[in-house]
Design a protein around this ligand. Structure first.
Ligand code: UVW
Length: 329
């Protein structure tokens, strides 16, 4: 087990504060250049599209955390409303919403349905914004932690990264395949930097500056089998933060609940990789990505690189965003 001194030594090494200027809120997304984006588009050869987002609904993976709930989807106008409102129109006219709807439907064949979704932005497939995790009073690039207020994040909110797409070359590192396990990488053996290298080598792919790296642990496939969002699996060991730093990757995402290994590896720190990646490096984390179909295709054609398009919602001051990323080959 490593100590907080080990953690601080790595934090000092990987910290990117000031690297792209004092006002920077993009972090390692700065590694993505127009050339990266153009090169990624050139990887589209067959028009095969892989949606990497999971279902947003009541059977999602929350339950692992008591402080998060699965998305709640509610219909606010539906097919029954028109008939009822027209039948009882005058009776409902004291209700402005009902009166307005009845006005739209009367003498008009057009009908419509509306809905609302209520969810923690961290509940399903998502990006963690750089303001999601911090320690010792500072966010990425030295912005004060108290700049995240009940009015939202003044710095490093998810709305600050839209200029980057987010799109680049995506590279899948399939650890399920590397380890030769059935469905998923069980708790106990965190994924090491050597395994990331070994997976890249076995797959014949090189991770380069500006890439978005996707790591398959099989956790999502396991969740679909069991429905148990609280069952931990192996994630990236905290030392992978240095690997991501050395390879100058733009962002990392995985098919599990927290990218990193649930058992910290540092005595006295929970989620050390979150602290190193989001706060020190300025590297965004993607969680709950469904990599199963993409991995099957990559194994079939031996091509582990693709165009990745994963724009967040521009929720003002939010510290994360639900997404439906798309890989295109
Ligand atoms: C925490 O649980 C704090 O973060 P995440 O959802 O990114 O794993």
């Amino acid at each position: 087990m490593a100590s907080m001194s080990d953690f601080r030594r790595v934090a000092d090494n990987v910290r990117n504060w000031g690297r792209w200027g004092e006002a920077d809120e993009l972090g390692t997304l700065n590694f993505i250049t127009p050339e990266n984006v153009a090169e990624a588009a050139g990887l589209v050869k067959h028009g095969k599209v892989f949606p990497l987002g999971v279902d947003f609904g009541s059977s999602g993976p929350q339950g692992a955390f008591h402080f998060r709930q699965n998305p709640l989807h509610v219909m606010t106008i539906d097919g029954g409303d028109a008939a009822t409102l027209l039948e009882y129109g005058p009776k409902w006219l004291q209700n402005p919403a009902a009166a307005q709807l009845a006005g739209y439907f009367e003498g008009n064949p057009m009908r419509f349905n509306d809905d609302i979704i209520i969810m923690p932005l961290q509940a399903a497939t998502q990006w963690d914004a750089l303001s999601h995790v911090y320690y010792e009073d500072y966010l990425y690039n030295g912005f004060p932690a108290d700049s995240v207020t009940s009015a939202g994040a003044f710095y490093c909110g998810i709305d600050k990264v839209d200029s980057k797409g987010i799109t680049s070359r995506g590279v899948l590192l399939d650890i399920v395949r590397l380890r030769g396990v059935d469905t998923y990488c069980e708790m106990g053996n965190p994924i090491t930097p050597d395994e990331l290298d070994a997976a890249a080598k076995a797959q014949g792919v090189t991770v380069r500056r500006g890439d978005i790296v996707l790591v398959r642990t099989g956790w999502w496939a396991r969740f679909l089998e069991t429905g148990d969002g609280g069952e931990p699996g192996a994630g990236l060991d905290w030392t992978c933060a240095s690997w991501l730093h050395d390879h100058e990757v733009a962002a990392v995402a995985a098919d599990n609940l927290m990218v990193e290994n649930p058992v910290s590896g540092i005595d006295g720190a929970f989620l050390p990789m979150h602290m190193l990646c989001l706060r020190d490096m300025g590297l965004m984390l993607g969680e709950y990505w469904d990599l199963t179909a993409l991995a099957a295709d990559c194994a079939a054609d031996g091509v582990y690189e693709f165009q990745l398009v994963a724009p967040p919602l521009r929720v003002t001051g939010a510290v994360g965003s639900p997404i439906n990323p798309i890989a295109i080959k």
